[in-house]
Design a protein. Structure first.
Length: 333
């Protein structure tokens, strides 16, 4: 009885299930030959640079164990940096250094470690310790994102990121993922981060979800998660919409960070984005995907057109494109 009632509730909310996601979106819209473009973060970064999509600047890469000896030369002029595996997932293997002094390196949690510790971590990345497939990997050393003061009151230690699900180049749903003490500063919802829905039309945050619980306050800071206006929201939507042409995948999770100095930066892409974003928004993806399918049949829709459609079709408070977004349309090729 309970199962049948729950099933009816999910259908009424037009929730997209995992089987239908796999069949109608991943299988139909994402050619397997293009998966390496998003599964390899280094290739994604290089491709984004070619298309004029802003990403955190890359300082260097370590591809084999012999390269680890080059690490001092890569980081000696950088007071802070982030090191991550090109084939990692869920934040595993990411090392964030916020400062260095006298041969010591300070991690994001305040702990000081030695150069040998940093080199050992780099060696582990290259050996594949954090790789999804367990094979040899590449360590990327790049710019440390400085998250916007906008999120200071509703985030714990880590950098919040914004996930936008894009279907056939149309933004379909968005949320901001907020690190918590439970998630150890990571933005992974399965590890205890908070997912907060975002109104597609305005970029204003809604209530959030923490595990299976609806919340309106961050459990560690006590501040409300709803009602925050994300600046330059149309730039986020345009960046996300552009990624469809960039990698040729029709179903994408586009992860973007808001850097306090550089603005929106593409962090990574996901060819198999999960469905928890529906819980964060209190809305289903099924009808949105169906509406996008009908709209996508029309020819001549560029990224600006697609963003405008999504704002009008799926926003709680439909709003026009801003002038700033119109001007940035040409800068993100």
């Amino acid at each position: 009885m309970f199962f049948s009632k729950r099933l009816r509730q999910l259908r009424a909310a037009e929730v997209l299930g995992i089987n239908r996601r796999n069949r109608d979106l991943i299988f139909e819209l994402n050619p397997r030959r293009r998966f390496p473009l998003v599964d390899d973060k280094l290739r994604t970064k290089q491709l984004a640079a070619e298309h004029g999509v802003p990403v955190p600047p890359l300082y260097g890469v370590l591809e084999i164990q012999h390269d680890v000896r080059n690490l001092p030369a890569i980081v000696e002029t950088q007071d802070d940096f982030a090191m991550k595996p090109a084939h990692g997932a869920g934040g595993d293997g990411i090392l964030v250094i916020t400062s260095q002094r006298n041969g010591k390196y300070r991690k994001a949690n305040g702990q000081w470690i030695s150069y040998d510790d940093v080199a050992y971590h780099a060696s582990n990345i290259v050996s594949g310790a954090y790789s999804l497939g367990g094979g040899r990997d590449t360590a990327m050393i790049e710019y440390r994102v400085r998250f916007s003061p906008l999120f200071e009151r509703i985030s714990y230690e880590g950098v919040p990121d914004i996930r936008i699900v894009v279907v056939r180049g149309y933004p379909a749903m968005a949320m901001v993922r907020l690190p918590t003490r439970q998630s150890e500063g990571r933005g992974n919802l399965h590890q205890g981060a908070i997912g907060v829905g975002i109104d597609l039309a305005t970029g204003v945050t809604l209530d959030g979800v923490w595990g299976n619980e609806r919340i309106d306050e961050h459990p560690d800071t006590g501040h409300r998660v709803a009602g925050l206006q994300i600046p330059d929201w149309d730039r986020f939507l345009l960046l996300a919409a552009r990624c469809q042409e960039m990698v040729g995948l029709g179903y994408l999770g586009v992860d973007i960070v808001l850097d306090r100095d550089l603005g929106p930066l593409l962090l990574e892409l996901n060819a198999r984005p999960g469905l928890n974003i529906q819980i964060a928004n209190g809305a289903g993806l099924r009808s949105r995907c169906e509406r996008i399918e009908r709209e996508a049949s029309r020819a001549g829709r560029d990224a600006l057109d697609r963003v405008h459609f999504s704002k009008q079709a799926f926003g709680l408070n439909p709003a026009p494109m801003t002038g700033a977004a119109e001007e940035s349309h040409g800068s993100i090729r």
